[in-house]
Design a protein around this ligand. Structure first.
Ligand code: HEC
Length: 148
């Protein structure tokens, strides 16, 4: 084997090795993102049940689950979310930051409402506010319907 050829082969191997490393870490970030998303879904579900079944406790559990799940959202998931929109990673970053801020705003609004009033229309409005953030981001960063 000529020297140039073996150098070329070695560098090709190095490149493919580091590409495998990158996708491995992307896979891990994706799993972490999905875990957060499932917590969001569980929290939102509890809130909806609390509203429908008239159970403050359920709403409080949902609020806690969403609060915990959205902690450091951008720091934890910003990089993988940017990769979901390779043509416009800046917009992906904007979506990630702004939706996390708005979820925070509506979750605070909701916990104020459950402590100070029994106005379910306001609690439901905060629920819708949160849900719109989920849908808004999914609309842009997620692929169309998947079949399993
Ligand atoms: C900043 C963007 C963003 C926001 C905000 C967001 N999501 Fe997601 N969500 C995603 C992306 C991207 C995926 C696709 C992940 C994948 O399949 O790789 C996803 C996937 C999901 C999934 C599927 C997870 C799985 O296991 O396949 C659920 C459930 C979900 N989101 C729920 C929610 C709920 C509920 C909210 C709001 C409280 C929310 N998401 C807010 C970006 C977001």
């Amino acid at each position: 084997m000529s020297k140039t050829f073996s150098i070329l082969l070695a560098s090709m191997l190095a490149v493919s090795f580091s590409a495998a490393e990158v996708s491995k870490s992307d896979l891990a970030s994706n799993t972490r993102l999905k875990n957060t998303m499932r917590k969001f879904a569980t929290g939102l579900d509890q809130i909806q049940k609390g509203i429908i079944y008239n159970k403050r406790e359920k709403i409080e559990i949902g609020v806690r689950v969403i609060r915990q799940a959205k902690r450091n959202f951008f720091k934890r998931h910003g990089e993988i979310l940017k990769k979901k929109l390779p043509d416009d990673p800046k917009f992906a970053a904007y979506l990630a930051k702004s939706s996390a801020e708005r979820i925070n705003k509506y979750i605070n609004m909701m916990s104020d409402q459950i402590n100070t009033s029994h106005d379910f229309s306001k609690i439901a409005a905060a629920y819708t506010g949160i849900f719109n953030q989920c849908v808004g981001c999914h609309q842009h960063l997620r692929k169309n319907f998947t079949e399993d």
